[in-house]
Ligand binder design. Structure first.
Ligand code: GAP
Length: 433
């Protein structure tokens, strides 16, 4: 089994990620996050918000609606420019992204004749309200960014930030991708974490470089191995219609180096376009220089689903322990879905079970904690290793007398005997190290 198959299988087996609508045969390339998946995803979002909003004084958070005025997409250029070329096979009717065909004129599946590349807009279109006519067309946003641009004046008027400053937002985006695939890597519904950082135009190049470093280091600090991460500047021909420069942070996925996040210099394109189309002046007044200016925008834009996948791939490890293979997810402590698992050594001794359950309830007040007594201890450890649980606490016969428990560390498998009254402090110290 290759690594990608192992990850997909682990995700299903342990409740990280399931195929959407599986009981109906599944909706292709659409995925649901299960109990551990949602925790991992939330932990990634929390870590991103902490590093980009709470720990900085120049960024404010936002949460704009998914549905926006259709003029937004006209101004942003998405109605006119946000398309891929598609080619259809005249025989088997399969559809391809023209650029993936690399000049081939015959269908790679059946050898049939292919149509010329035809533009296909990637925005999902629907109707607002009960009448399905062209006057009511509305789009599902293909990026969260525009929600921040159109609120530029609201932010200036309500919070009075000084340049340089940024807005940060996490939310769903939708693209009618022609060729989704590679598990959660390219899907039609996905989540983005985006920052729009407003700067004086002359500072844009310097700020772009700073953001590339800052964002690159964020992945490293959360445990991604250095050799699995790289920066790739875009060539002129691959820049989006709004960008003057862009560098991708790429991860070495099992299917090859692929984009995790793009950091772009969007210039003043968006603010000028929205000023033009809305008739509102989206400018900043520099009180010191007594100058009105349209800031440039540096945009670090990452995908949460891709981050989840990269963190899973990177953490996946198989170790030989006494002739057995131990599968363990070595997720960073801030990302691990479960911090503590409480496991009674004998589930048929009621006092042990009661003690373990009471301990679980108490630990839950401080850490994400689970209780499991549905198998023998070896199997219970294996389950917890596979979801990356940091500490396994076993309650045994001796615990009834000495009020101590055994704590096993996920990575070292070292065991410590700890007094129950000191357990929270012990775990806290480890988590905050
Ligand atoms: N606002 C800029 C923007 O949206 P992008 O490079 O098109 O730029 C940013 O997207 C990030 O969003 C990507 O780096 C990727 O992580 C994520 N992303 C884009 N399309 C995606 C898709 N179809 N499925 C999953 N993630 C996607």
């Amino acid at each position: 089994m290759d690594l990608m198959d192992k990850i997909v299988s682990l995700c299903k087996r342990r409740g990280f990620i399931f195929q959407s609508s599986e009981i109906y045969g599944g909706l292709s390339n659409t995925w649901d996050y299960g109990p551990f998946g949602v925790e991992l995803k939330n932990n990634i979002k929390r870590a991103w918000w902490k590093a980009n909003v709470y720990q900085r004084s120049d960024i404010l958070g936002m949460d704009a609606a998914i549905l926006m005025h259709p003029k937004v997409w006209e101004a942003s250029g998405h109605t006119a420019n946000f398309f891929d070329l598609k080619s259809d096979c005249k025989s088997c009717k399969k559809r391809f992204k023209t650029e993936d065909l690399k000049g081939k004129t015959k269908c790679p599946e059946c050898g049939g004749e292919l149509t010329e590349g035809r533009p296909f807009n990637l925005m999902f279109k629907t109707h607002q309200g009960p009448i399905e006519d062209d006057a009511n067309i509305i789009y599902m946003r293909p990026e969260t960014a525009q929600g921040m641009f159109v609120n530029f004046l609201n932010i200036l008027d309500s919070r009075h930030p000084k340049l340089p400053f940024g807005l940060a937002q996490i939310g769903k985006s939708f693209r009618n991708e022609i060729t989704p695939g590679n598990f959660t890597f390219r899907t039609r519904e996905f989540e983005q974490m985006e920052i729009e950082y407003f700067v004086r135009p002359e500072e844009a190049d310097k700020k772009l470089e700073e953001w590339i470093e800052y964002r690159f280091n964020w992945y490293l600090e959360l445990g991604i191995k250095k050799e699995g991460l790289r920066k790739r500047p875009h060539g002129k021909e691959e820049l989006a219609h709004y960008a003057r420069a862009c560098t991708d942070i790429e991860y070495s996925f099992p299917f090859g180096w692929s984009e995790l996040e793009g950091i772009a210099n969007r210039t003043d394109f968006d603010l000028r376009q929205h000023s033009k189309v809305s008739g509102k002046d989206l400018v900043y007044f520099d009180e010191v220089k007594k100058e009105r200016l349209t800031p440039y925008i540096i945009e670090p834009s990452g995908g949460i689903d891709r981050s989840v996948l990269a963190f899973l791939v990177d953490a996946y490890s198989e170790e030989k322990v006494k002739d057995e293979t131990r599968l363990v997810l070595k997720l960073h402590r801030d990302l691990a879905p479960v911090k503590v698992a409480v496991l009674p050594l004998l589930k048929n001794r009621q006092e042990i079970v009661d003690m373990a359950r009471a301990l679980t309830q108490d630990l839950k007040k401080s850490f994400i904690t689970v209780y499991d007594d549905t198998a023998a201890i070896g199997k219970l450890y294996r389950r917890q290793d596979e979801v990356g649980t940091l500490y396994c606490v076993t309650v045994d016969v001796q615990s009834l007398e000495d009020k101590q428990v055994t704590v096993r560390d996920r990575d070292t498998m070292k065991q410590d005997r700890i007094a129950i009254e000191k357990l929270k402090e012990y775990v806290s110290d480890k988590l905050n190290k």
